[in-house]
Design a protein around this ligand. Structure first.
Ligand SMILES: [Zn+2]
Length: 111
């Protein structure tokens, strides 16, 4: 892939595009306070009743991306930056990395 050598060797680059982040649907204490101050206990009750479910925004998007790299080139892929550059050579992975520019690429592991 990198040097053009024919190889059956491949590595697996775990790419973390996005982590799920769970947001609490419950209002903050100051929202209760505000409700209480403006409408009394009724206000606080309304705020409490409007509390939603915990929302999960986003999902864990972690992809093990197989990359065909010969043994010599594998040794060159020592830093995440180099791995990312190698992944960018694959059109499909390039699309993914363009979509998630902050994706974290971990050092390659032999499958
Ligand atoms: Zn090579």
């Amino acid at each position: 892939m990198l040097c053009g050598a024919r190889t059956d060797a491949s590595i697996c680059c775990t790419t973390e595009c996005e982590r799920a982040c769970v947001q609490s649907g419950r209002p903050s204490w100051w929202v209760y306070l505000y409700g209480y101050l403006t409408l009394g206990w009724f206000g606080a009750t309304v705020v409490g009743a409007s509390a939603g479910e915990d929302k999960e925004s986003g999902k864990d998007r972690i992809f093990p991306l197989p990359l065909r790299v010969c043994g010599a080139c594998q040794k060159r892929l020592t830093s995440p930056t180099e791995v990312k550059a190698a992944l960018n050579l694959v059109p499909l992975y390039r699309q993914l990395l363009n979509k998630y520019p902050d994706a974290k690429v971990s050092s390659p592991l032999a499958p």
